[in-house]
Write a protein that binds this ligand. Structure first.
Ligand SMILES: [Ca+2]
Length: 215
């Protein structure tokens, strides 16, 4: 191995190992029961492929993505957008909308280290409040009620999950509506080596360097 190609290989391994540390994991699709409407539209109307159900209340959505993974965490509360809101809202008065579960799918096996959910509060205005808790693949995280700050906000939950899908369930709190604007996952994918593999590769490259120097 020439000096140049050895250095290039080292750089490549280092880069790959560093990029394996943590990154936002792309969601390939998610499935769930659609949200509903009230004063405005809280259904996942940007969900694609729509198959005719992205604007149908409580309809089963699968095989696509929409508002929940479009990278937009709505800075304003649900009532500040007019009819076409960037929020997905579920109401306990609609079928299949109590404590909604969303299954997020990844293109390959991933290791998830944290999940961030973006939710609205609005202090009970319009029946919208924070979820009481969020469950991530059975790991339950309580969200304390906040009766003073009505702004949307994100919560990041630490988890340790390896697989190609993750269930996130929102439990309505004191209010019948829960509004979710974005869900994101941090972790590493199986396409990049595990840290142990990186260490072995670096050791191997170090060995090559040592061998070359001794010759
Ligand atoms: Ca969004």
């Amino acid at each position: 191995m020439s000096r140049f190609s050895c250095a290039a290989a080292c750089m490549l391994v280092m880069f790959t190992c560093l990029s394996a540390v943590a990154s936002t994991l792309p969601v390939s699709s998610y499935s769930m029961y659609n949200g509903g409407t009230g004063s405005y539209d809280y259904r996942d109307f940007t969900y694609s492929p729509c198959n005719g159900v992205c604007d149908a209340t409580s309809a089963w959505l699968s095989g696509g993505t929409g508002k929940l993974t479009d990278g937009v965490s709505p800075p304003l509360s649900w009532y500040q957008y007019g009819w076409a809101t960037p929020w997905v809202g579920w109401y306990t008065g609609y079928a299949n909308e109590t404590d909604p579960t969303i299954t997020f799918n990844f293109a390959s096996t991933v290791t998830v280290n944290s999940v961030t959910v973006w939710v609205d509060n609005s202090l009970g205005y319009g029946g919208v409040g924070l979820p009481a808790s969020v469950s991530v693949d059975g790991n339950s995280f309580l969200i304390p009620p906040d009766n003073t700050n009505g702004a949307p906000r994100g919560y990041t939950f630490p988890v340790s999950i390896t697989g190609n899908s993750v269930d996130v369930q929102f439990f309505q709190g004191a209010e019948p509506w829960v509004m979710v604007g974005e869900v994101s996952f941090e972790g590493s994918g199986s396409a990049v080596p595990e840290p142990a593999t990186c260490a072995l590769a670096l050791l191997g490259l170090g060995g090559i360097g040592l061998f070359r120097r001794r010759r």
